[in-house]
Every structure is written in C-alpha cells, then in structure tokens.
Write a protein that binds this ligand. Structure first.
Ligand code: SF4
Ligand code: SF4
Length: 108
C-alpha cells in the first residue's frame, strides 16, 4: 500500500526518527555541486558524502526526537530526505527504534 494513499496518524514535525537513525542515511546521491554548496559546510560530513552526524543524529536536526523536530536546512535538504514518506518501510523502522507509534489510522 502506498503510504500516501492512507496517511499515518503522525507527522514528521513530531518525530524526526529517520534523521537520527543512521549516519549513512542522509547521503548525497544525484545532487549538483550547487545544491550541496547551499548547505553550511559545517553540517556536511568531512568526506563530503552526505550530511554530517553528531552523536546519534544528523547535524541539521533540531529539537527532540519524538516530541518536536525540524530540519534546519529544510529547503536545501538532500534528495534522500525529500524522498522520505511518513508511514513507509524506512520510516516505520526508524520510528520503531524510538518506540514511537507505528499504527496506521483505521478508516471508519
Ligand atoms: S518520515 Fe517517518 S521517521 Fe522520518 S520524520 Fe517523518 S514520520 Fe518520522
Ligand atoms: S538533512 Fe534534514 S531532513 Fe535530512 S536527515 Fe538531516 S535533519 Fe533530517
């Protein structure tokens, strides 16, 4: 089922789990150099392969996972981040790590 057909009862703004799941998730793929140049260099991984990582989370993640979060470079975030869909397989895997609800809303 496409999660877009049946949106989950949670939002990215109260989650952020996939931004604090694995350092190799927010990698650059097909970005142009100009796209990457818009991201503050201090937030990019030292080897330039993707977003930097501090502790257990992306350097651009703000807030507390599972409470209130935001991406400080939202307009310039990597393509892989734009492809994330709340409720998809990777999303649920990340949410499960943080013990966040996985339930898909039931239709009446
Ligand atoms: S895609 Fe899923 S795991 Fe990522 S922030 Fe949104 S709800 Fe959370
Ligand atoms: S760049 Fe933004 S959307 Fe992508 S992992 Fe980091 S905080 Fe999340």
């Amino acid at each position: 089922m496409d999660p877009l057909d049946d949106p989950p009862p949670f939002t990215c703004q109260d989650c952020g789990a996939c931004c604090a799941y694995a350092a190799d998730w927010p990698r650059f793929t097909l970005e142009e150099d100009a796209d990457i140049d818009r991201i503050p260099v201090a937030m990019v991984a030292p080897d330039g392969s993707g977003m930097g990582w501090t502790g257990t989370r992306c350097t651009a993640l703000q807030g507390e996972v599972g409470k209130t979060t935001s991406c400080s470079i939202y307009a310039d975030r990597p393509l892989v981040c734009r492809d994330c869909v709340a409720g998809d397989e990777a999303c649920l895997m990340a949410r499960e790590r943080y013990g966040l609800p996985l339930t898909i809303a039931m239709k009446a």
